[in-house]
Ligand binder design. Structure first.
Ligand code: ZN
Length: 545
């Protein structure tokens, strides 16, 4: 009703003039992503919401002396991007104290970033690259050597992590951690040696090895965590993100949420965060969830920071375990049932379609007792989801948080699954046809880059970071469909699609002015798009000049 009367007022050019807009954007190509895919030239904001959009004449009556009028000079505007699965809270803690290799095109460029960081830190301070890169992104197509790292930062211990299976330390790094031999590294870890038997600097192992090794590095102080949170969210704003859905992560006890809470309390959040709690203690997942949620009911929070249920680790016994024991399945069922009873959302990380019955059988069992379709449970990853799986998800109202894993891991997927399978990975068009809610994202940051434009480009061309086009046209969405997955598609997972994800009167003014026109540039240029200006709730959170 409110919306209708406001529109009527606008047409009459009467009442509206009495309530001027705070900000008006004019002379743009504003892609609203409303049901009609309307593209308009002007948009007006009052407070945190959009109050009018359309032709310039329609917003003109809202312009008063106090109104900030922004001439877009024909630039493209889209709704703010939302990542449906990013470990953003954890990434933020160390963002101010880590070195970032995301997007570096050569080893030289990556090493220059290390040298640059060394100049701003004290000798002896750690320089940490905690993932987010792959050898395929470098022109040299290889990992750096220890000698290169030492030369780039001769006075600092250096730690460089590749996915969750390998890390490299400089001699200063080994000395600082007291590592001389295989027995000094976490279980299953091995120090790599060259042909002469000398240590090469590499440490190989499984994810427990690398997580354990990382845990031995110094932690940022609370102030550094707060600083990192603000800086990381600003970095995401630079790329047009206005929201994330955060699934916790390894090593994320409640104390690790304090920096985020401090930024929120201070009114300094520039990104909307919906977070779930990741089971930290093996064997006491349900007890922990019950204790933590006594003061944290589903949906608790505000438009900036909101509690969004449990996951991505619901129960250790079925966390990416293709063949769990009966006891583990039963424990998983008990937790899912409890979550359903509490009206709690739930998300789970799963890799292989062949074993996804572990998850879906349990969801269906719970659903027979307590309907879950309103609760927006979700499965993350599952790049090879079959049509049958997607049909089961649709029937349960379970959403699919899809990431661009194939961008970094496509070559691995090709080896593991074969060319026919990767042609339809991930099956984006099939999911949309079946009617599953799909949210796009990255799963950043230890493994993946957080850059949404790299993910969008990959959604459209299926090309890995090494340049191999693997996906076929049958599962390649249109530009608009891909963007909808990255906006309103993801908003659904935070119960927020009525508030954001499209630009319409009454919705929150979360929007991005783009450096290039996403809809018309060649696809290979999409990965290089940035925000010129990002607004969240009508507030400018990023402007590049
Ligand atoms: Zn994840």
């Amino acid at each position: 009703m409110k919306t209708l009367s406001l529109l009527a007022a606008l047409c009459a050019c009467g009442v509206a003039a009495a309530q001027p807009a705070d900000t008006v954007l004019v002379n743009g190509k504003i892609h609203t992503l409303d049901a009609q895919s309307s593209v308009v030239e002007a948009l007006a904001i009052r407070g945190e919401r959009i109050v009018a959009l359309g032709r310039f004449q329609q917003v003109k009556p809202l312009i008063a002396r106090k109104t900030a009028v922004i001439d877009l000079h024909g630039r493209t505007v889209i709704p703010g991007l939302i990542d449906s699965h990013m470990h953003a809270i954890r990434a933020a803690l160390s963002f101010a104290t880590e070195v970032n290799w995301i997007g570096a095109k050569s080893i030289g460029e990556a090493l220059a970033r290390l040298s640059e960081a060394a100049r701003t830190r004290k000798p002896g301070d750690w320089l940490i690259v905690a993932g987010g890169w792959t050898p395929e992104q470098f022109a040299e197509q290889r990992r750096p050597t220890q000698a290169e790292l030492s030369a780039a930062a001769p006075d600092n211990p250096v730690y460089v992590q590749l996915f969750y299976g390998w890390a490299m330390l400089t001699p200063k790094g080994f000395a600082a951690l007291g590592i001389k031999d295989d027995k000094d590294v976490p279980p299953a870890g091995k120090l790599e040696r060259d042909a002469s038997g000398a240590l090469s600097g590499g440490v190989s192992g499984n994810s427990a090895t690398i997580t354990g090794l990382f845990a031995r590095l110094p932690k940022p102080s609370f102030d550094e965590q707060v600083d990192g949170t603000k800086k990381f969210f600003h970095e995401l704003n630079r790329l047009g993100l206005t929201g994330v859905i955060d699934p916790g992560g390894f090593g994320m006890p409640p104390a690790n949420y304090r920096a985020l809470q401090r930024v929120w309390q201070n009114g300094e959040l520039t990104l909307r965060v919906a977070f779930s709690i990741f089971g930290q203690g093996r064997g006491r997942e349900l007890e922990d969830d019950q204790a933590l949620t006594q003061l944290l009911p589903m949906g608790f929070g505000d438009k900036w920071l909101r509690f969004n249920g449990i996951g991505e680790n619901v129960a250790w016994g079925v966390y990416n375990v293709d063949n769990p024991s009966e006891a583990a399945r039963e424990q998983f069922y008990q937790i899912c049932k409890w979550a359903a009873q509490q009206g709690m959302s739930l998300n789970i990380h799963w890799h292989h379609d062949a074993s996804v019955g572990v998850v879906l059988d349990t969801f269906e069992r719970v659903n027979r007792e307590i309907p879950i379709w309103r609760l927006r449970w979700a499965i993350a990853h599952l790049e090879d989801a079959s049509p049958a799986t997607l049909e089961r998800m649709k029937a349960l109202g379970v959403g699919w948080a899809m990431q661009d894993a194939g961008y970094f891991e496509g070559e691995e997927q090709l080896k593991e699954k074969g060319a026919d399978a990767v042609r339809r990975m991930p099956p984006l068009n099939t999911a949309l046809r079946i009617g599953v809610h799909v949210g796009a994202g990255t799963d950043a940051h230890r493994v993946m880059s957080y850059n949404p434009w790299v993910a969008l480009q990959w959604m459209l061309d299926g090309k890995t970071v090494g340049g191999h086009a693997l996906r076929g046209p049958e599962e390649t969405p249109t530009r608009e469909a891909a963007l909808r997955m990255y906006t309103q598609g993801s908003a659904w997972f935070a119960f927020a699609e009525q508030e954001r994800g499209s630009l319409e009167v009454g919705k929150l003014a979360d929007l991005v002015v783009l450096s290039k026109d996403y809809f018309s540039v060649p696809i290979e240029e999409i990965g290089g798009i940035e925000a010129v200006r990002t607004m969240v709730g009508g507030r400018v959170v990023y402007a590049n000049r």
